[in-house]
Design a protein around this ligand. Structure first.
Ligand code: GLU
Length: 332
């Protein structure tokens, strides 16, 4: 009798379990590939954090995020346009170019399927120079060995913009190198580089370690020109706190430069309910992001932002899923 009962119970259990597991597998899992940035950068870290936060709930939501390392903004936008990525991070200037088919993006045409998910933190056009190079202002770059970032990065276009504030072109430099910030750090340590550019949110951990270990680095200030701020709906005056970088050789408490917002982006091909769910998890985990990635301290939930802040520098329309979420939270 006992034996019979256990057999009946186990058959029942087996059926129940297979119904449950069948139920789970019946919920098709959607994987979103996310374009991020170079290891050591904030985009890369944010990709990992977002994947951790969202993938914790995959069993309930059926959504999984897989972050991929890339060169940065333009690589991410290209990956979205080609259908290789479904999520990405970009600077506002790169988003503007992609949406309008302008500048660095002109050859790819207007990217009308591009959608904004959420405004992240401000990134600063940052240039680190060795003390020995004597580079103190923009005009001192003439004849120097400078890393301008790679084609797929937003860093690259900002390096050109920064040089143009004092009417310099790459051909005015001693060497204009298309290398990314981690490679530039190596070259500088080997004495083969005078300065490198990096458009990044502050403080950035990798930069902080490098500056402290290297001991002879300073940051070059830039003044955005009037034309830049009036033509470009995304640049703003900004500064970097010197105290965020122990060992930095600058005098004074801050380094003037210009800043650009960054965004989480997607395409209109990703269903509204998926972006809605990701947006919901993202906002509910803001404290987790802030704890693990200092520049994220700037990010507020929509209720705590003015309409201007929510839309500042945004070119591509918000995704339907985010519009739904904002409406629910009483934001228009
Ligand atoms: N803003 C940079 C770019 O698009 C990437 C910064 C980062 O990886 O944190 O080039």
């Amino acid at each position: 009798m006992y034996h019979k009962l256990t057999t009946v119970t186990s058959v029942f259990l087996l059926v129940a379990l297979s119904i449950i597991s069948w139920g789970y597998s019946a919920q098709a899992e959607t994987t979103l590939i996310m374009g991020t940035g170079l290891p050591g950068g904030n985009y890369y870290k944010l990709g990992q954090l977002l994947a951790d936060a969202v993938n914790k709930y995959t069993a309930q939501t059926g959504i999984r995020i897989k972050p991929r390392p890339t060169d940065g903004s333009f690589s991410n936008l290209k990956g979205l346009q080609d259908g290789e990525f479904q999520l990405g991070i970009t600077q506002a200037d790169a988003e503007y170019m992609a949406w309008n088919g302008k500048g660095h993006w002109a050859k790819n045409g207007k990217f009308k399927g591009l959608r904004t998910v959420y405004e992240l933190y401000t990134e600063a056009v940052t240039c680190v120079a060795t003390v020995e190079s004597g580079i103190k202002t923009c005009a001192d770059f003439r004849g120097k060995r400078v890393a301008l970032g790679t084609e797929g990065s937003g860093t690259h276009i900002n390096a050109l913009e920064a040089l143009s504030t004092c009417w310099l072109k790459p051909s005015d430099l001693g060497q204009a190198l298309s290398v990314n910030p981690p490679q530039a750090v190596k070259l500088m340590t080997q004495g083969k580089l005078d300065a490198f550019f990096y458009t990044v949110g502050h403080p950035n951990n990798q930069l902080r370690k490098f500056i402290a270990n290297y001991g002879r680095a300073s940051m070059v200030p830039f003044m955005p020109t009037k034309a830049m701020s009036s033509q470009a709906p995304y640049y703003q005056k900004y500064f970097i706190w010197a105290s965020d970088y122990p060992g930095l050789r600058n005098h004074g408490m801050k380094v003037d430069t210009f800043g650009i917002p960054s965004f989480l982006v997607t395409t209109d091909k990703v269903p509204a309910k998926i972006i809605y769910e990701i947006g919901r998890i993202f906002l509910s985990q803001l404290e987790y992001f802030k704890r693990n990635l200092p520049p994220m301290r700037e990010v507020d939930p929509p209720e705590r932002q003015s309409k201007r802040d929510l839309h500042w520098g945004v070119s591509a329309p918000f995704h339907e899923g985010i519009k739904k979420l904002s409406k629910e939270r009483g934001i228009r």
